[in-house]
Design a binder for this molecule. Structure first.
Ligand SMILES: [Zn+2]
Length: 355
């Protein structure tokens, strides 16, 4: 990383924003500077960056002034040192707001080797930074095994199926969305109309376009019927009691296909949330698939689940187990307990390798 100052860099003169970012990034990479968690590496100078520069100068045998000028000895020493790949490991940190690019968000709290690209702060406008890894984190990382290639998908599906009813007719869920099968959202009219509905049963005749459209309209109408809403205005009729609202029936195979489509979609989404997902122990993958299926891709976010996401990227499965509890009204199928236990299984697999 080459540093090129456009102005003198000191705490008592107006500094250039880009200069500040370069200095902070270089000093962070070399272990001298840590930004405020809530803002990350930005172009506004703080006391810490000048103090960091002082320490760097001291260690390089330079005058510890805490200042630098374009092209001076401090700048060339910093350029030279920051261009080397640091040895060992660090923990990637992000600001954690919506502006963090998804690929960096997926690294938050991950212990990484400096040999692995990209580095925090390297890419344009990136505010991410590195914190030193603790001896425990380094030890754990070194012993870690990649569990990629072990099967988990079938178990993930069986697990979800054990927590969801498979309803063959279209119904409205508690979020007022038209749904079918294992809670699969088919609320969009285009999606609904495109499904191969039958009338009455698995072996019934194909539904006509008119029957499908009438069914859809009937459900849309039910969404707002006062008798179907609770005091808070939320939809409040169980799926079991909606079996006569239409005469439409979606065959078993079609429901299985829809389920597989959603599972595939989430399977692609999970590595985007956790960069090391492919290497996680299978039971952790099963647990995470259940959570994303249950909560949806948007709600299952770092913003909503900061402690869980941190634990997962640290591969700290015992903490993940404790952070995985969802609000599930009368959790009859013990969904929370199962997810908890899956994370504990993951912890045991990981600990076995660590010994
Ligand atoms: Zn970043």
């Amino acid at each position: 990383m080459k540093i090129k100052l456009s102005k003198p860099f000191s705490s008592n003169s107006a500094v250039d924003e880009y200069d500040v970012k370069q200095m902070k990034k270089a000093l962070n990479r070399l272990g001298y500077y840590t930004p405020y968690e809530k803002v990350g590496i930005i172009g506004i100078p703080d006391t810490a960056v000048f103090d960091a520069l002082k320490s760097f100068q001291k260690n390089q045998g330079l005058q510890p002034t805490g200042t630098a000028k374009p092209g001076d000895e401090t700048v060339s020493a910093l350029s030279r040192e920051a261009s080397k790949t640091p040895k060992g490991y660090y923990v990637w940190r992000t600001v954690g707001d919506d502006r963090v690019r998804a690929s960096h968000s997926a690294h938050d709290w991950e212990t990484r080797a400096w040999d692995d690209a990209p580095d925090p702060g390297e890419e344009f406008n990136c505010r991410c930074w590195a914190i030193p890894a603790t001896p425990e984190q380094i030890d754990k990382k070194k012993k870690q095994k990649c569990f990629a290639g072990l099967p988990w998908e079938d178990e993930a599906k069986t697990n979800i199926e054990s927590h969801e009813d498979d309803i063959p007719y279209p119904y409205i869920d508690t979020a007022s969305k038209i749904t079918v099968g294992i809670g699969i959202n088919i609320d969009g009219k285009g999606k609904f109309m495109g499904l191969p509905w039958k009338t009455g049963s698995e072996s019934g005749p194909d539904a006509t376009r008119k029957e499908i459209e009438d069914g859809y309209e009937a459900l849309v109408n039910q969404k707002t019927q006062l008798g179907n809403l609770n005091e808070d205005g939320n939809f409040n009729v169980s799926a079991d009691n909606q079996d006569n609202w239409t005469n439409l029936y979606l065959p078993d195979e079609e429901r299985a296909n829809l389920f597989q489509e959603i599972v595939n979609m989430f399977q692609n989404a999970l590595p985007g949330k956790f960069s090391d997902f492919d290497c996680f122990p299978p039971p952790a993958k099963v647990a995470l698939m259940d959570m994303i299926f249950n909560l949806g891709e948007t709600k299952f976010s770092r913003g909503n689940w900061p402690n869980l996401f941190k634990a997962v990227n640290q591969r700290d499965w015992r903490t993940a187990a404790n952070q995985s509890h969802r609000k599930i009204p009368n959790d009859k199928s013990n969904r929370n307990r199962d997810t908890h236990n899956q994370f504990i299984d993951a912890a045991e697999m990981e600990e076995q390798v660590q010994q």
